[in-house]
Design a protein around this ligand. Structure first.
Ligand code: SF4
Ligand code: SF4
Length: 70
C-alpha cells in the first residue's frame, strides 16, 4: 500500500505551527528544521496548509521497493 506523507524541505523557520496543528503528533522540531515521522503521519495536509513559509510538500511513500531481479 502506498500513502501520501508529508516532508519538510529546506527553509523551515522552526515556528512550530506544523507541530501544533498536527493531529497525529508526527512532527518533531529539530535544530535545523521540522521533521515529520513517516510512520506517524496520516497525510491530512494540515501542516502544509498552515506553514507560513510553505516548505512542507506531499510525497508518495512506497513501503517497499520491489526488486527488479528475477
Ligand atoms: S500531514 Fe497531517 S499528520 Fe502528517 S505531519 Fe502534517 S499535520 Fe501531521
Ligand atoms: S510550519 Fe513550516 S516553518 Fe513552521 S516549523 Fe513547520 S515546517 Fe517549519
Amino acid at each position: 500500500m502506498n500513502k501520501t506523507i508529508y516532508t519538510v524541505s529546506g527553509g523551515c523557520v522552526l515556528c512550530g505551527t506544523c507541530q501544533s496543528v498536527c493531529p497525529a503528533d508526527a512532527v518533531e522540531l529539530g535544530t535545523d528544521g521540522a521533521r515529520i515521522a513517516p510512520a506517524r503521519c496520516i497525510g491530512c495536509g494540515k501542516c502544509m496548509d498552515n506553514c507560513p513559509v510553505e516548505v512542507i510538500e506531499p510525497e508518495l511513500q512506497s513501503p517497499n521497493e520491489p526488486s527488479h531481479d528475477g
